[in-house]
Design a protein around this ligand. Structure first.
Ligand code: GCB
Length: 600
């Protein structure tokens, strides 16, 4: 199913919204390919909260380590008043593959764990009737999924194990909200907004798509934060202009409501509103400009990751994490390494936080984390990352751009993290994907995040992109503990990139694993002192590198990973612990970033 879905559900005067979040019946799907029993009522016993990853909820290693399908099920009633409407079930995400069943019928299957999908159930269930909703979710990763992975079968036990090439736990399930919502028969399907600024006026270029049956007229109003209508227009495409516009600025968000309606004979048949920040994004030489002013990214790479709920979206953590970022003086984050819940994007829009929006294409790099001794197998090859993978990746890009294109906070796209861009085949793989992203959204720069092994001399694809984003671990994975050697290596690397491309460089990851509470008078690795010293060293080098346009520390908080000899209960590169307590580095970083913010 490749069709793009509707706009995020919204309650308006013409649309209704019912949350299906809460406790659902839950079971591991019976083994084998026979899915005929999946839609039967599930055996009594387990209830799983939605939204949440299921892995850490139950005290059952079998569920925690499960590889394959699980089933979520509940009864749902379509409101009686919806008889004149169309209605849909929407899952904001099912990681990594989802199926929606209504009673015994499979309605839709969706591939990709971090973007929404939905099923129109109007013709199956009458308004006022009850139905059994089953959502099946598969967590398997193969070389033809994004992100990729590999399933091995234990020689002695026959047990399936999921391995993968990325450094965060493969949490799965319904980690985001599920909705039942209505739209009128004639409805707004999609809106695309691109903003521009001319002197003191703000321009909103828009394109509205409506359902085929629409006979009504499209009418537009732009409403400011005081509720005053500041511009009007009619028609499906056009430009509206706002005099003396209030710009959306980093740290000072201003949002207009871009209200689209379908009107017929004086009656409003449908209405939908998009929170719109008017701002421009541009690259000029080595500068990244927002509204014509140089912007220097400060902040973190992060994960959707907390105890018990795994990747489950949680409003308390979302707000708290934004508070911590603001306390730190951070102005931005990257959605490493997958699209985050759309509520997070809305919140970034409202809070003036700048976002680098990344697809789930992480670990397209077999050598990096396979632990292979000696020659690693090549990543881009017919048996591994191949044309089929590229198609899945292309679809992931389409769905991300479709979902997030109207967010003012999103200033550029990252279409992959740390692919093997030094390997043969990488250019053939990425060239069409870079092109596709530009076609889908000509208004934003396109980047990928480069890995250390593909340094400025070995990388084969960076010229296809607009910004140099690199992750480097000098002083940690190489020159371990020797910050003088590391400093020289970092400097040489940054100079190499600076000479290669006259464009901005963002250090999208740098950091050191740090055990909270571990101290060392020598500032040895794993101690809080080392994390402080290492970040300081990087900052010295950044400050003498004119092309630097940003610094994102890895990571905001400690997070869970798969088990391995390099990880003790997960990755400890957090500046905060997993429960959001500051390590020493939080204070030194906070000083730097708040001073940088104040001096602007
Ligand atoms: C990286 C990856 C990130 C890892 C990090 C690390 O380069 O992009 O996902 O967690 O290194 O800590 O090793």
């Amino acid at each position: 199913n490749r069709s793009l879905i509707n706009l995020k559900p919204q309650r308006t005067s013409t649309r209704e919204l019912v949350s299906l979040d809460g406790l659902w019946n839950f079971a591991l799907a019976p083994d084998g390919n026979n899915t005929s029993t999946w839609t039967d009522p599930l055996p009594k016993g387990l209830e799983c909260p939605v939204p949440a990853s299921y892995n850490d909820i139950f005290v059952d290693r079998k569920i925690h380590d499960h590889v394959g399908w699980v089933l979520y099920q509940r009864d749902v009633i379509v409101p009686k008043g919806w008889s004149q409407e169309r209605y849909l079930v929407r899952a904001e995400a099912a990681t990594h593959k989802g199926r929606i069943y209504v009673n015994d019928r499979l309605l839709v299957e969706h591939v990709g764990g971090y973007t929404p999908f939905e099923a129109d159930i109007t013709d199956l269930v009458k308004a006022g009737e009850k139905f059994r909703l089953t959502i099946a979710v598969d967590n398997e990763l193969t070389f033809q999924t994004i992100p990729p992975g590999q399933i091995t079968v234990g020689e002695a036990t026959g047990k399936k194990t999921q391995t993968y090439f990325h450094d965060f736990y493969n949490y799965a399930g319904l980690a985001r909200s599920v909705w039942l919502y209505s739209v009128p028969r004639q409805h707004i399907q999609d809106v695309t907004i691109v903003t521009d600024v001319q002197n003191t006026a703000g321009l909103i270029n828009y394109d509205v798509k409506v359902s085929n049956n629409t006979t009504g007229e499209i009418s537009i109003s732009v409403v400011d934060e005081d509720g005053t209508i500041v511009a009007n227009a009619t028609g499906a495409q056009g430009t509206v202009s706002i005099d003396s516009v209030n710009l959306w600025q980093p740290g000072a968000a201003y949002l207009y409501q871009f209200e689209v309606s379908i009107v017929e004979s004086g009656e409003t048949l449908d209405t939908y509103s998009i929170a719109t920040g008017v701002r421009t994004v541009e690259i000029r030489g080595t500068q990244f400009l927002i509204n014509g002013n140089p912007f220097y990214f400060t902040g973190f790479g992060a994960h959707e990751d907390t105890t018990v709920r795994g990747k489950g979206h949680d409003q308390a953590y979302m707000v708290h994490d934004f508070q911590l970022r603001q306390w730190m003086g951070a102005n931005s984050f990257r959605t490493s390494h997958y699209p985050y819940a759309e509520e997070v994007m809305d919140f970034a829009d409202r809070n003036g936080i700048v976002v680098i929006d990344e697809t789930a294409a992480v670990g397209l790099n077999i050598g990096l984390t396979s632990g292979t001794v000696g020659e690693a197998p090549s990543t881009f090859s017919p048996e591994r990352i191949n044309n089929e993978t590229r198609e899945v990746h292309a679809q992931a890009i389409r769905e991300l751009v479709h979902r997030d294109k109207n967010h003012a906070s999103v200033v550029f796209w990252s279409i992959a993290n740390e692919p093997a861009s030094n390997e043969e085949g990488s250019r053939e793989y990425f060239e069409p994907l870079a092109k596709l992203t530009r076609e889908l959204d000509p208004s934003r720069p396109v980047a990928f995040v480069n890995v250390g092994a593909a340094d400025y001399e070995k990388d084969l694809i960076s010229d296809l992109f607009d910004i140099t984003c690199i992750n480097r671990y000098f002083g940690w994975y190489s020159q371990t503990g020797d910050l003088e050697e590391a400093e020289a290596a970092l400097e040489a690397e940054l100079q190499g990139w600076e000479q290669k491309f006259n464009r901005p460089i963002i250090m999208t990851e740098y950091g050191a694993d740090t055990v909270a509470g571990l101290h060392s008078v020598f500032g040895l690795p794993w101690s809080e002192e080392f994390q402080v010293d290492m970040l300081d060293m990087y900052h010295r080098v950044f400050d003498r590198t004119p092309a630097m346009a940003g610094e994102h520390v890895w990571n905001f908080a400690d997070f869970q990973t798969s088990v391995g000899v390099r990880r003790v209960d997960g990755n400890k590169k957090g500046v905060f612990t997993r429960d959001r307590k500051p390590k020493a580095a939080a204070h030194s970083l906070r000083k730097r970033w708040t001073e940088m913010g104040a001096s602007k």
